[in-house]
Every structure is written in C-alpha cells, then in structure tokens.
Design a protein around this ligand. Structure first.
Ligand code: PMP
Length: 302
C-alpha cells in the first residue's frame, strides 16, 4: 500500500514526516479550528457547507484565513487525489500557527493548514441494527458565553471529559446537559427525538432537536436531517429537551458526518420505546444514504 500523504501548508508529506512545531498555538492552547468532512463514491459531501462553517469558526476566534474558500476546496480535492481516495474521512485543521510561549495570537503571524484524508472507518454494523446505549453525564456543556460550542475549535477537552465519563459507565456515548439542565448534544454528534402521535403513521410524528442557543455545534448532518424530515411531511421542531423528554421519547438518534444517523435504544438505563431502532430513524437513514450516493463535489473531474 502507498504511504498516506498529508497536506501541510501547501506540501504533501508522507505520514511519518508530517509534523508541526511544538510552538504552534494549536498544540499549546488548542488555538485553532477544524472540520470533519466525508466523501462518498468520489464526491465530497456538503463541502461548501463545511468550508462556510470553518470560515465562521475562524471569524469567531479572530483568525484571519489567508486562503480563499476555493483554495481550501482545491487543497482538499488535491489531497484526496494524491491518496487515491473515493470514500474518505477528511480532517481539515487550521492552527493559529507558530508563536511564543505566551497566549498572544499576535505573535503567530502565519496560520497553518493541515489536511488528513483517510479511508473511512465505518461504525460497526450492529450500531445501526441494534442501536446505542448511552448515558447523560455530570460534565456540563461549556456555557456559550465562555466558549461557544458553535465554534468548532481544537479545544475539545469539555467533550473528551464527557466521553471519559460515558466510557466509565460502559456506555457508547455521552449526552451533555447545559447549566440549565437542558440536553445539548453528544460528544461529537447532535441529538434528535421523535414523538409519535399515531403509532401506525410516521406522518403523525414530530422530530425535535435542541435549538443552537442551548450551546451546540450547528451540525451539517443535523440541518440535512431536518430538511429531509420536512420533505417527508414529518414535522420538525427546534425545542429544548429535558432528560425526561429523552426517556419518554418514541425514538432517539444521533447525527454526525462520520456516523451519519445512529439509533439510540437506551438512555440512563431507560429503554426507549420497545428497545429497537425506530421506524422514522430507519427511514431517515435510508433516505440519507440515497442522497449521499450521488450528491457532492467531484474529486476527479473528467
Ligand atoms: N456536535 C459536535 C460537538 C461535533 O463535534 C460534531 C461533529 N463535527 C457534531 C455535533 C456533528 O456535526 P456534523 O453533522 O457537522 O458532523
């Protein structure tokens, strides 16, 4: 197998040689931003949306990007071609760059861009067939006034701590609450519940997900799932969710670029509905796969 090629600041380097400075503020302070992107069948899915979100993250942390959106897109496609990938997971990272040991970002004149394109590691099939058992954790979500979770920053320690808690509880994922006790999101995925009014009809259902102001990342999969539901006549509401709402939901699932749509069947020991992935969850996942099959920015132009 060919050695994986990593893109750093305009150059491709074999993975063993792909290194950054110990004085990079991305390492010293988590001062940087990133995106997790996916390609399916030779097309990069929702690429412009990811680049737009990256620019918003950069704006929020006052990191001036010296590249145009198109240049970043070209760099991603270039890296995918260099690694001969069709179905890939792409990690796009921008660090504040090299500075001194102080915090001051003015000491970092050149941000760095890193692109890692790898084969997608699929979540085990049984996740989708049987659903996940998850827990809510004691670690609260960062308050938006301190560090807004809408910024996809390199500082994920809040999420890492929640992940450790769920692992300690033998659960696959953690649900984080905000300071008011409202459900926010999982450590790297958004959360949805379904309330069904007529058990035999998927159209008598409402899909609910927390609004961004509770303190969440505005997930690109989240947006897409809401649009998909609307196009299938399923009502969608952005509303606050409590742990009680999770326990008594008819269906629950998590969304994210890597995992797509994952059913949840148990939360804090409470079995959701009959303990099997719900009908609407499965329908949305099927529709999601249909769309990813042939949408996106082509990697290889003929
Ligand atoms: N929340 C967090 C904290 C995340 O890291 C991610 C993954 N990027 C998501 C939600 C899901 O976002 P997306 O659908 O854009 O991948």
């Amino acid at each position: 197998m060919e050695t994986q090629q990593i893109y750093i600041d305009g150059n491709l380097l074999p993975r063993e040689e792909a290194k950054i400075s110990v004085f990079d503020h991305g390492l010293l302070y988590g001062d940087g931003i990133f995106e997790g992107i996916r390609s399916y069948n030779g097309r990069v899915f929702k690429l412009e949306e990811h680049i737009d979100r990256l620019y918003n993250s950069a704006k929020a942390i006052m990191l001036k990007l010296p590249w145009t959106k198109q240049e970043i897109i070209e760099a991603i496609l270039f890296t995918l071609r260099a690694n001969q990938l069709q179905d890939a997971y792409i990690r796009l990272i921008i660090t504040r760059g090299i500075g001194d040991l102080g915090l001051d970002p003015r000491k970092c004149p050149c941000p760095s861009i890193i692109i890692i394109a790898d084969k997608i590691v699929l979540y085990p099939e049984e996740f989708y067939r049987n659903g996940l058992e998850i827990v809510s954790v004691a670690t609260r979500k960062n308050i938006p006034d301190a560090l807004n979770p809408a910024i996809k920053s390199l500082n994920y320690l809040n999420n890492v701590l929640a992940k450790i808690e769920s692992t300690n509880a033998n659960a696959m994922e953690a649900i984080m609450l905000n300071l008011d006790g409202y459900v926010t999101e999982a450590t790297g995925m958004n959360v949805f519940i379904v309330k069904t009014y007529d058990k035999d009809s998927e159209y008598k259902a409402v899909l609910i997900t927390p609004p961004t102001w509770v303190g969440i990342l505005k997930g690109i999969t989240r947006e897409m799932v809401m649009d998909l539901a609307i196009s299938h006549n399923i009502k969608v509401k952005e509303d606050v969710i409590t742990r009680y709402d999770l326990y008594t939901a008819d269906e629950c699932f998590l969304t994210g670029t890597a995992a797509e749509i994952v059913p949840v069947i148990k939360i804090d020991g409470r079995i959701i509905s009959d303990g099997r992935p719900g009908k609407i969850t499965q329908k949305l996942l099927k529709e999601f796969h249909n769309i990813t099959k042939d949408e996106g920015t082509p990697i290889y132009t003929k």
